[in-house]
Design a protein around this ligand. Structure first.
Ligand code: FES
Ligand code: FE
Length: 452
């Protein structure tokens, strides 16, 4: 298959359009598993989930199940969660602590370092001739820790994580690095499925603030009407209404690079997030001086907006949701949502944040439901034949994007744009077309020269 011919024309970022087939086609999906998920840096776990030697956490890289394991020397390794004997899923628990992983099928056992340590009936069945050193677990060759997050990459030739993130690290730091003690996961992990293609979710978090005033209009009205609203640390008085963040849309930014994207609004108040409980707002306000010292004013003010590190890691400041969109076929994702809190926050703030996070962005969250309904309906419509013939429009902002001059990484000053979406899809097409990272980088450089 000539991928360059078949995939790149499906994304025409220069003219602002994509072909709907990229959300539905099984062959494209299989190529994504190989070329996107097999070569991108993928979020595996937060370090707080595996603090001690022998702690493990099971997750996915694309559709490949992996187990992430804290080693005896404190380092982190990850392995394909597949027994080397006959392919059985090795570890069935979501997380835990162990000295070894023993397969439930025939009993092969593997150590924390992935090595095959024990084989039942080794003498009788193999006459002691099995070379156990050949049959260790398949190791994820690249693991990098970044401010509490564990990332893995199957491609030994991929760029270093920090080079891959580029300026996106500036935005991620605003989420992870407010306080000296770093962050931790609080309140467990919510997991649920949505019947949509992974790119619909990842691209929206990367780029689409345009939906917010419309899709979330009823949620905002409810919040405004609720006497329980404590947006500024105390209940709103009669006639007072919280100011929706998109009122400042003209002060926003869209950023994209390597397929990553951020779309956000500037805010002027440290507690400017109407979705969280008063205790959380107060905490943000009280810790603002430390955050400003570490991050500078713009990021310390919490960049109200959303972000995607290509391909599937997204986060929102304020409600502190970090989520991964695990692909489960072209028409389905499994969302894993983590609530990320400063490690040094008081326990009552952590409790309030867990409530705020679940209320807004848990599986039944009032904002989550708004978003996922859109993606599900788009995907349902795409079951039709005609619905897959006409391109979708990603032209917003084309021709009047204005680069920032103040050092903030950004491609346009205006948040209602599809700048980051165009970058997301162009990078996707480049990964799908290229044989290796060197070719991916060449295609990106050529795109930049052409102004894509
Ligand atoms: Fe694991 Fe046989 S498949 S021991
Ligand atoms: Fe939304």
């Amino acid at each position: 298959m000539d991928d360059k011919l078949q995939v790149r024309p499906m994304v025409d970022a220069k003219n602002g359009q994509v072909t709907p087939e990229i959300y539905t086609d099984e062959a494209i999906y299989q190529l994504e598993l190989e070329r996107v998920f097999g070569r991108s840096w993928l979020f595996l776990a937060h370090e707080s989930l595996i603090p001690k030697a022998g702690d493990f956490f099971t997750t996915f890289m694309g559709e490949d199940p992996v187990v992430v394991v804290r080693q005896k020397d404190g380092s982190v390794e990850a392995y394909l969660n597949q027994c080397r004997h006959r392919g059985m899923r090795l570890c069935h628990a979501d997380s835990g602590n162990t000295k070894a992983f023993t397969c439930a099928y025939h009993g092969w056992a593997f150590g924390l370092d992935g090595g095959l340590t024990s084989v039942p009936l080794e003498e009788e069945a193999y006459r002691n001739k099995l070379d156990k050193s050949r049959w260790g677990l398949t190791r994820v060759p690249r693991i990098t820790l970044y401010k509490g997050l564990v990332f893995g990459n199957w491609d030994a030739n991929a760029p270093a994580l920090e080079d891959y993130m580029g300026d996106m690290a500036w935005y991620l730091d605003g989420f992870l690095d407010r306080r000296e003690g770093g962050t931790e996961v609080v309140g467990g992990i919510h997991k649920w499925t949505i019947e949509c293609n992974w790119k619909l979710a990842a691209e929206q978090f990367c780029s689409d603030q345009y939906h917010a005033p419309y899709t979330h209009a009823s949620a905002v009205q409810v919040l405004q009407a609720s006497p329980a609203n404590k947006a500024d640390g105390k209940p709103l008085g009669e006639g007072q209404t919280p100011r929706p963040v998109w009122a400042d849309a003209l002060g926003g930014v869209q950023f994209s690079g390597n397929g990553h994207g951020s779309a956000f609004f500037f805010t002027e108040k440290p507690d400017a997030n109407v979705w969280v409980d008063g205790e959380v707002s107060s905490y943000f306000r009280d810790t603002y001086p430390e955050a400003e010292q570490r991050l500078g004013k713009v990021r310390a003010l919490r960049l109200a907006g959303h972000n995607t590190l290509f391909p599937t890691l997204s986060w929102l400041n304020g409600t502190q949701t970090l989520r991964i969109w695990h692909p489960k076929g072209p028409n389905k994702i499994e969302v894993w949502a983590f609530c990320i809190c400063d490690r040094d926050a008081p326990v009552e703030v952590k409790d309030a944040l867990i409530r705020s996070h679940a209320r807004a962005f848990g599986p039944a969250g009032f904002l989550e439901q708004d978003d996922s309904e859109n993606w599900v309906e788009v995907q349902k419509v795409l079951r039709g034949y005609k619905a897959r013939q006409a391109e979708f429009c990603i032209q917003m902002g084309m021709g009047f994007e204005e680069r920032r001059q103040d050092g903030i990484p950004g491609l346009t000053n205006y948040t209602f744009a599809e700048t980051a979406a165009r970058g997301f899809y162009q990078h996707w097409a480049n990964m799908m077309s290229a044989e290796n990272w060197s070719e991916i980088n060449d295609l990106s450089a050529a795109d930049q020269q052409e102004g894509v």
